[in-house]
Design a binder for this molecule. Sequence first.
Ligand SMILES: NC(=O)c1ccc[n+]([C@@H]2O[C@H](COP(=O)([O-])OP(=O)(O)OC[C@H]3O[C@@H](n4cnc5c(N)ncnc54)[C@H](O)[C@@H]3O)[C@@H](O)[C@H]2O)c1
Ligand SMILES: O=c1ccn([C@@H]2O[C@H](COP(=O)(O)OP(=O)(O)O[C@H]3O[C@H](CO)[C@@H](O)[C@H](O)[C@H]3O)[C@@H](O)[C@H]2O)c(=O)[nH]1
Length: 441
Amino acid sequence: MNISVIGLGKLGLCTAACFAAAGHHVYGYDLSDYFRNELKAHRNPIDETGLSELLMSGWDTLHIVDSYDAAVQASDATLIIVPTPSLSDGRFTNEYLITVLEGLAPAIKAKDSFHIVDVVSTVMPGSCDGIFKPLLEQATGKLCGRDFGLVYNPEFIALGSVVRNFLNPDMVLIGASDERSGSTVRELYASTCKTKPTMAVMSLVNAEITKISLNCYVTMKISYANGLAAICEQVPGADVDTITAAIGADSRVGNKYLKGGLGFGGPCFPRDNLAFQSFAEEFGGEALLGKAVVAVNNSIPERIFQKISTHCAPPAKVALLGLSYKADTHIIEESHSIMLAKLLSTVGYQVTLHDPRALDAARAVLGDHVTCTLSPYDCLSGASAIALLTDWPEYRELDWSRIAALVPAYSIVIDSWRIALDKNLSAFTYIPLGVGIPSKE
Ligand SMILES: NC(=O)c1ccc[n+]([C@@H]2O[C@H](COP(=O)([O-])OP(=O)(O)OC[C@H]3O[C@@H](n4cnc5c(N)ncnc54)[C@H](O)[C@@H]3O)[C@@H](O)[C@H]2O)c1
Ligand SMILES: O=c1ccn([C@@H]2O[C@H](COP(=O)(O)OP(=O)(O)O[C@H]3O[C@H](CO)[C@@H](O)[C@H](O)[C@H]3O)[C@@H](O)[C@H]2O)c(=O)[nH]1
C-alpha cells in the first residue's frame, strides 16, 4: 500500500519503519526540519530498541516528504501521530491534530480518489465524530464515509519495546467511519504484523473509549498489586509476589502487569487515568475505580517516605537508586522516584541520586536540592537510608559487602521490586516492599 505518516516521533517513526520494512511505500512528514533532514540522510534520530535495524531494511520504501500536500498526493491513507498533551483538567488537547487536519484538507479536497485519514494519537472520546469529522467535511466540501474515510487506530506499545509490541500485538484497535476504511486499515496491519492479532473493528467512539479504558484496566491491575503489597507489609510472613503469582495463574486474571512495586509512571498510564475520569464526568458519570487506582498509585512515594523518616531524621543522607519511571529509558515523567526525592529534600534530608540514564533529566527538574552521582557506590556512601527504586539490571548486581563498608551499620535498604531478596543483607535493616518481616522477638 501507499501510506503517509504525519509525525515521526517516538511512536510515529517506529510505525513508519514497521510498515516500510514490511514492503509498504511510506511517505513520512514531520514538522521538525532536523528530523526530516536526518531521515533523508538515512540517519535515525530516535533512540528506541530495534528501530535502527528495522530502518536498515526500510530505507528503500520510506520516503521523507516536505509538505502535507505531498504526503496526501503520494498515498491512499494518512496516519497522524502527533502529540496530544494533557490539559490541567486531565483532558487531552486536540490542538496539534487540528493543525494537521487543516493542513491535509486542501490536498484531500483536490484529490479525485477516496483518501483515509487515520488518527493514531490518543484522543478524548468524542473527538472523531464531534470535531475531526465536521472539520474535514467543512474544509474539503466532501462527505465522510463516502468521499473520504476517518479512522481511529491507536497503538498499545510500551517505550523500549515499541517495535516488538507494534509487530506482535494481541489486538489491533480500529474505529472506522465506514466499512471500506475499516477493511483497508485492517489489511494494512494484517500484512505487517508478525502475529495474527484480534482485529477489533468498531465505531469511532467505541474505539476512542476502548483505548483509554484498556490502559485504565491495566493500571487497575498494578494498583491492585500495590494495595495488596501495602497490606502484606503489615502481616508477618506475608509476601506479595507469592500471592500475585497465584492470583495471576488464574486465566480470568492473568499474570501480566500484576507486579507490586514503585507503582506506575511515565508519559501514558497516569494521564490516561485522569483523562478517563474527565471523560466520565463530562457525561455525568464518575470513574470510582479510576480514582481508587490513582489514589493507591499516588500513595507509594509517601509510603516509602514514612519508612525512611521512621528510621532516620533530617539531615541524614538518603540515597535514591533509579530515577526513570522504568528501566531502559531516560524518561522521568511522572516518576515516583522524582516525587520521593522532592518529599525528602523539602524536609531537609541530604538526597543523593544515581541512575544509569536519567541523571541529566533529574538534575534539570531537581536542581541544587539534590546531589547527582555517576556511580551507585558514590551515591550511597555514608547514607543512613538507601532506596532501590527503578529496576535497572545493574542494581541487581550490587556488591552488598562493599556497600556495608560504606554506610553506617544497619542503614535501611528499601527494596521496591525485591531485587536483593537473595543477597546477604544482615549488615542492613532490609525492607522489601510488599513483604511482612517477622518481628525479631
Ligand atoms: N510514545 C508512546 O509510548 C505512545 C504510546 C501510545 C500512544 N502514544 C500517543 O501517540 C501520540 C504521539 O506520541 P509520541 O510519543 O510519538 O510523541 P513525540 O513527541 O515523540 O512525537 C510527535 C512528533 O510529531 C511532530 N509534530 C508535531 N506537530 C506536527 C505537525 N503539525 N505536523 C507534523 N509533525 C508534527 C513532532 O515534531 C514530533 O516529532 C500521542 O498522542 C501519544 O499519546 C504514544
Ligand atoms: O506489573 C507491572 C508492570 C508495569 N508497572 C509500571 O507501569 C509503568 C508503565 O510501564 P510500561 O507499560 O512498560 O510502559 P509504557 O511505555 O508507559 O506503556 C504503557 O502506556 C502506553 C501509552 O498509552 C501504552 O500504549 C502501553 O500499552 C502501556 O503499557 C512503569 O512505571 C512500570 O514500572 C508496574 O508497576 N507493575
